[in-house]
Design a protein around this ligand. Structure first.
Ligand code: BV8
Ligand code: ZN
Length: 248
């Protein structure tokens, strides 16, 4: 389905603040398994079992093997038309922010600059001892678990279940959710908090919310428009429709 839509009733103009919230579904057409879809398994584990601080404490090697496996998958993929469509919004809309739950770095590689990574990034790691953050770890890792130049063990710079999101990311994303005129929610099952509450924050603050997903989600009953389809097929047309209304 094309994403071209009649948004004339949304009252959008050149001064509109446009936000986009993305989840793993936006990267599905790159061949990256989503979390809760069929491909969400690795060996015999589910993401929720390994993406936890307790799992890392118990077996840092196993958790790093999982992350290195995912780093290898993502490093070999290219952004898809959905990533590029979002970058077009970033380049052409004066007031814009992408809020992503994704850690695959594909939005950054597609050239989107105004983005908040709620859950961190697969290609960054943080030292447990000195706190230094590095983005220079080779793919695949030469040693598992990797160590910092200070000798401390590195952990993925990822927000695990039960961990607080980075303060700055939460603040920026929540403010944008409350201030925006339109939020496009693409490729998320809308179950993981606090991200899943952000479209409701936007709606309650008076924004219009558009959902792009082949399937309904818990958010669907609350959105102004649900475009049923794959993000790579829907987003380019939807972005065209938005830019028609917001271009000066
Ligand atoms: C926090 C990094 C508090 C890891 C991720 C009960 C028990 C325990 C905890 C909780 C609980 N209830 C609530 C919680 C909190 C918990 C939570 O929400 N759990 C859920 C599962 C119920 N949240 C947390 O723990 C968060 N922290 O609350 O901290 C706190 C406060 C102060 C001090 C201490 C603590 C932390 C959450 C972050 C977890 N980390 N990622 C890693 O990647 O390894 S979350 C992980 O899920 C990914 O980031 C992913 O993005 C995210 C959400 O999943 P989706 O992106 O939506 O992906 P999913 O597979 O689910 O869905 C894909 C969708 O795409 C589907 O709808 C599908 O239809 C669609 N799709 C498929 N193909 C396409 C498509 N759409 C478009 N196009 C396509 N082609
Ligand atoms: Zn260190």
């Amino acid at each position: 389905m094309s994403g071209a839509a009649d948004l004339s009733s949304f009252g959008l103009g050149s001064d509109s603040f446009i936000t986009v919230l993305t989840g793993a579904g936006v990267s599905a057409e790159c061949g990256i398994p989503t979390f809760r879809g069929a491909g969400g398994l690795w060996r015999t584990y589910r993401a929720e079992e390994l993406a936890r601080p307790e799992a890392f404490r118990e077996d840092p090697r196993l958790v790093w093997e999982w992350y290195d496996y995912r780093r290898g998958i993502c490093a070999g993929k290219q952004p898809n038309p959905a990533h590029h469509a979002i970058t077009r919004l970033d380049e052409k809309v004066s007031d814009f922010l992408l809020i992503t739950q994704n850690v695959d770095n594909l939005h950054g590689r597609a050239g989107t600059r105004r983005l908040v990574e709620l859950h961190g990034n697969l290609f960054r790691a943080r030292c447990l001892d000195c706190g230094a953050v590095t983005s220079d770890l080779p793919v695949p890792l030469p040693e598992i678990p990797p160590h910092c130049t200070c000798g401390g063990m590195l952990r993925p710079d990822i927000v695990w279940f039960g961990e607080a999101l980075p303060e700055k990311a939460i603040r920026e994303a929540s403010e944008a959710s409350r201030d925006c005129d339109l939020m496009v929610v693409a490729g998320t099952s809308a179950v993981v908090q606090p991200a899943a509450s952000m479209p409701l924050l936007a709606k309650q603050a008076g924004a219009h919310v558009i959902e792009v997903n082949p399937d309904p989600t818990p958010l669907t009953p609350y959105v102004d428009l649900h475009l049923e389809g794959k993000a790579g097929e829907v987003m380019p047309g939807l972005v065209d429709s938005i830019l028609e209304l917001t271009s000066p």
